[in-house]
Design a protein around this ligand. Structure first.
Ligand SMILES: *[C@@H]1O[C@H](CO)[C@@H](O)[C@H](O)[C@H]1NC(C)=O
Length: 305
């Protein structure tokens, strides 16, 4: 809804087919005119604000690329201009290359206030060649402690990959390149609050967490390798935008929010099981030592496949 860039370029491509030479020339000159060029530039300034880091966060390449850096003095971060209440959020991220041990790059949705909701992706750095960990968590009404961690099936520092959060009233799904890695189902019927009434903003940041991030804090940040830089691009929010107490999805012009009722089909369920079997590092729902009085109530509904 917010970003119709890909459909615009597709229809432009179709428009080219079947045009005569003169019209192509006309289109080319139109393309060069500033209004159309603007379509092809990024939209990061429109959608995101750099919020901290004193120059360590930058929007570059004609508004297409956002970089966050960390050095010994500070990390950096950004947040979305808008707040959302349900949505499908995509971002392409290229993580800190080389020795990133001790660093955490975070990409998450969060509401405000003491009993806040939060949906987290955190990327825990590692020594060169050792695997990153993708750490996920879901807070509802301030209740946390719902971690699941995964290795990834590629090197996330070589290229950009798409990390997505689907958040609708039925569930929250974390995706890596379209493959679901975690599903957190609405377990209100088991008495577990579900994030559904507090609007959330998107945040991104990089910071030093060498007291816990890498091998539980054993490996410290090597500051001779600073600055550590992670890159973000192609932010896209197909979402219900919240403003002045109203949702953009309440209006009739937003009927095609298919993500609002998106379920996991059998292919997605297979992919999810594949990830959980082969790449899961930690699951709070199987940590009986941590919960000697019994696993949290949502674990029966969200049982790892
Ligand atoms: C870092 O690499 C070590 C050794 O392969 C591994 O045990 C650990 O899970 C990796 N990730 C983090 C974040 O510590």
């Amino acid at each position: 809804m917010i970003n119709s860039l890909s459909s615009t370029s597709t229809s432009l491509a179709f428009a080219f087919m079947g045009f005569g030479k003169a019209s192509i020339l006309l289109l080319v000159s139109l393309l060069l005119s500033s209004s159309l060029v603007a379509i092809y530039a990024g939209n990061l300034h429109r959608d995101l604000d750099i919020t901290w880091g004193d120059g360590r966060a930058k929007i570059l390449n004609n508004d297409e690329l956002l970089t966050l850096s960390l050095d010994m003095a500070s990390g950096s971060g950004f947040q979305s201009k808008r707040e959302y209440l349900f949505g499908k959020i995509d971002m392409q991220i290229k993580l800190v290359p080389g020795n990133s041990a001790g660093t955490v790059t975070a990409y998450y949705l969060s509401s405000q206030g003491p009993s806040h909701d939060e949906i987290d992706f955190e990327f825990l750095g590692n020594l060169s060649g050792d695997p990153y960990i993708v750490h996920t968590n879901v807070y509802s009404h301030g209740k946390r402690n719902r971690e699941q961690q995964f290795y990834i099936w590629f090197d996330p520092t070589k290229d950009f990959h798409t990390y997505s959060i689907l958040w609708n009233p039925r569930h929250i799904i974390f995706y890596v390149d379209g493959t679901p890695i975690r599903e957190f189902k609405n377990a209100e019927s088991n008495g577990v609050p579900f994030p559904k009434s507090q609007p959330m903003r998107l945040y991104g940041s990089i910071w030093n967490a060498d007291d816990w991030a890498t091998r539980g804090g054993l490996v410290k940040t090597d500051w001779t390798k600073a600055p550590f830089t992670a890159s973000f691009r192609n932010f896209r929010a197909d979402a219900c935008v919240w403003s002045s107490g109203a949702s953009s999805c309440a209006s009739s012009s937003s009927k095609n929010n298919t993500w609002m009722s998106q379920e996991m089909d059998s292919t997605s369920q297979k992919r999810l099981r594949w990830v959980q079997r082969n790449f899961m590092v930690y699951n709070y729902c199987t940590d009986f030592k941590r919960f000697p009085q019994g696993l949290p109530p949502e674990c029966t509904i969200n049982s790892a496949a």
